[in-house]
Design a protein around this ligand. Structure first.
Ligand code: G4P
Length: 286
């Protein structure tokens, strides 16, 4: 897991540049494909996309859905469908959902396709741009859907863009470089949830504290998530006591026999990020 993908200083200058680049690219496309992390759908979106995308057709991809709950993915799909926004859950590392994505792209652009038809333009591929905050899987999606390895330049606002069209299929073309959105750091919950999934540079956060918040949130929905994985009893214990119990069980101890809480925090968060605590969605549709 790469933990430093959000290690970009998102100062206003960067945001302005990313915004300007995206606005330029918007002129060339029919469809905005917004990639979000299915485990933290709210925190991995930036509401500015509504303004940036303007009247363009939209499609949302709930990526990393292999790591989130199937039932919650279904609820998110309903949530966006109720707002008339096309949505597909996928694992961008595979091409298994490719047909679904192409079909959803066509559905999202059906008015444009109809308009083209009336003008005698047939079979013109939809041109789309992939956008999203760092680490949601934009490059993985572009690479696996295009069958090529495309230069990973999207994480640095301001890099020279190639602006090549990649043909996914006769009906869909993608801009080779994704549009970079920035996280909504003003809300501390967003930062925390992005840290749970490993999208924030771990060096700048207190892992033990983060892990305590994580345990508390997970227990509220999955009271036995840790009992099962670590063969401990969580009932009646505070998060720090749970970490201590896991430390003892897994022999994560410092010299002298005290629990090594830093190592335990790393282990628990790594287990979650790797799907070893089970499929768990942090944010659910309401
Ligand atoms: P970005 O362009 O939006 O910044 O994201 P990128 O494609 O670099 O993906 C970030 C990490 O997420 C990568 O892992 C990638 O393999 C993983 N990933 C992308 N899509 C999925 C998915 O649908 N499911 C799962 N489980 N993982 C996904 P990494 O560890 O940073 O890199 P690597 O070791 O896989 O190369």
């Amino acid at each position: 897991m790469t933990d430093n993908k959000l290690n970009i200083q998102w100062y206003p200058g960067h945001m302005a540049k990313a915004r300007r680049l995206m606005q330029e690219d918007m002129k060339m496309i029919d469809l905005v494909i917004e990639i979000v992390d299915a485990r933290v759908v709210r925190s991995s979106r930036n509401p500015e996309i509504d303004k940036l995308a303007g009247q363009k057709s939209r499609l949302i991809l709930l990526n990393k859905s292999d790591l989130s709950e199937d039932s919650e993915n279904a609820r998110w799909i309903q949530y966006f469908a109720a707002q008339n926004i096309g949505v597909v859950a996928l694992d961008a590392r595979t091409r298994t959902q490719m047909k679904k994505v192409v079909a959803a792209a066509q559905e999202a652009c059906k008015e444009k396709i109809e308009r083209d038809k009336r003008r005698g333009i047939l079979n013109r591929p939809i041109r789309a741009m992939v956008v999203g905050i760092p680490n949601v899987g934009k490059s993985t999606f572009i690479n696996s859907f295009s069958g090529k390895t495309v230069a990973k330049t999207g994480n640095k606002p301001g890099v020279t863009k190639g602006n090549q069209w990649i043909r996914v299929d006769s009906k869909l073309e993608l801009l080779d470089t994704p549009g970079l959105l920035w996280p909504k750091f003003e809300d501390p919950v967003v930062g925390m949830h992005l840290a749970y999934i490993g999208s924030i540079n771990d060096d700048i956060i207190n892992k033990e504290e983060l892990c305590m918040h994580f345990i508390e949130e997970i227990l509220a929905r999955f009271p036995d998530a840790f009992d099962k994985r670590y063969e401990i009893q969580c009932e009646g214990k505070e998060p720090h006591e749970i970490m201590e119990a896991i430390a003892v069980k897994k022999a994560c101890l410092v010299k002298g026999g005290d629990p090594d809480l830093k190592r335990v925090a790393n282990m628990i968060l790594d287990d979650y990020r790797g799907g070893r605590l089970g499929k768990i969605s942090i944010e659910v549709a309401e």
